[in-house]
Design a protein around this ligand. Structure first.
Ligand code: GLV
Ligand code: MN
Ligand code: MN
Length: 415
């Protein structure tokens, strides 16, 4: 067979995506499948069963990253790696991450049924805790695997209930034996939904990201004084929530103050004791700042730190800033970016170069191996929400681009 005619099976891809979406499904058609939860375990089990059906060598490392390895004719050659993540945001969507894993699975299935051999080994991966919602930071599995995050520090990260990553990995049965350490990777490909409005708005099939923005995560702690709301006069209060409110608006204004090319968000807030008739005494909230410009990101963070400190002082509140995570912007490998673009065009799909505003495991991967991503449209640009949606034909188009990039990079041939 002429490999140029090879296509994935859209129906099979859809069926797998729908089956996976049953695990943690929410009433409004989304998925709630937080990292290392019971739902995550169930999703992993299903994925591992699918890998078994293809006779792949299954490797689970000490961070719970799951790999399915297909032998190459030159099996000692560095592998072509493809994948993403199966965990979701709280009340998240059915496609973010999942398409990258199940799209890669569909690529494996297509190669398998067509008896295509590749010179290089092919590996599919599900990275642990990409979302960073239950346990921060994000991209834990790929971060440790690429040597950018420390394993024991990651094991000790806790969720809101005090549960640790290391213990939760054991509890769900996915703390594997193998050291979480990179093997030689010839190229890494990650298929993903765009999660923004551009492709859908412009009617383009395939987005070709040139790289991923830099990200800063921090936790901010404000301490004021709790008291009875009635007898305590308005003058002289140290209301931690009001101080936090002012700080949050400062976060929103940060991109404007820094001159653009930046987004800044407070997404999570914890108010104590959280009672209608107690003046709030303690507040913790998260800050997420993103920019393609690392220097601007750094300056923005410093500027914000001084601004929020001033607010705390003026309001007589104690204040602490805790750095959680920082990752520089990551440009992808030019030759792979061009390969994705050319391959999509050869398959008859329109393309557009862009920048990813969302974080991806591809950030860490690009620091150790040539990396590229393939984006497909998100309807209405909605993502990290239950209504996250991508047309099945677009999912298949993305998987076809992945398939063709992969067989070319891994030097495939028909029997
Ligand atoms: C990952 O989902 C991100 O926060 O962009
Ligand atoms: Mn994702
Ligand atoms: Mn996400």
């Amino acid at each position: 067979m002429n490999l140029k005619n090879l296509r994935v099976n859209e129906h099979r891809l859809r069926t797998s995506l729908e089956k996976m979406a049953e695990i943690g499904q929410t009433p409004k058609g989304g998925v709630h499948r937080l990292a290392l939860s019971d739902e995550d375990r169930e999703a992993r089990n299903l994925f591992v069963n699918w890998l078994r059906e293809l006779d792949l060598e299954i490797i689970i490392d000490e961070l719970g990253n799951i790999f399915g390895r297909r032998r190459g004719e030159q099996d000692h050659f560095p592998a072509v790696l493809m994948g993403s993540h199966l965990d979701t945001q709280p009340q998240g969507g059915r496609f973010d991450g999942i398409l990258g894993v199940l799209g890669a699975l569909e690529v494996m299935r297509t190669l398998h049924e067509n008896k295509i051999k590749t010179e290089r080994p092919l590996v599919i991966v599900d990275w642990t805790n990409e979302e960073g919602s239950r346990f921060s930071p994000a991209m834990m599995g790929s971060g440790v695997w690429t040597g950018k995050l420390n394993r024991d520090w990651v094991y000790n990260r806790t969720d809101i209930k005090g549960k640790r990553v290391g213990e939760e990995l054991v509890r769900i049965g996915y703390r594997g034996e193998k050291e979480a350490k990179s093997f030689p990777v010839y190229a890494y490909f990650e298929l993903h939904i765009e999660q923004g409005p551009i492709l859908d708005k412009e009617g383009i099939k395939i987005g070709v990201p040139r790289g991923i923005v830099g990200i800063v995560w921090a936790d901010l702690f404000v301490e004021g004084q709790s008291n009875q709301v009635g007898p305590t006069p308005m003058e002289g209060r140290n209301d931690a929530l009001c101080a936090a409110a002012e700080m949050i608006l400062q976060v929103e204004k940060l991109p404007q103050d820094m001159g653009g090319n930046m987004v800044a968000t407070v997404g999570e807030i914890h108010n104590l004791p959280n009672s209608r008739n107690i003046i709030p005494g303690q507040v913790r909230f998260t800050v997420d700042i993103r920019s393609w410009d690392d220097e601007l990101l750094r300056r923005g963070k410093e500027y914000l730190q001084t601004q929020v400190q001033k607010i705390a002082e003026r309001r007589g509140c104690a204040f602490r800033w805790e750095d959680i995570w920082m990752i520089n912007h990551t440009p992808f490998a030019e030759e792979l970016v061009q390969l994705v673009k050319k391959t999509a065009a050869e398959l008859g799909y329109s393309t557009k170069e862009m920048v990813s505003g969302a974080g991806h495991d591809a950030s860490y991967l690009s620091q150790i191996a040539p990396t590229a991503m393939i984006f497909v449209p998100s309807i209405g640009g909605r993502s990290h929400v239950e209504v996250e949606e991508t047309k099945w034909a677009d999912c298949a188009a993305g998987a076809n681009v992945l398939l063709h990039c992969v067989w070319q990079t891994a030097a495939g041939r028909a029997e």
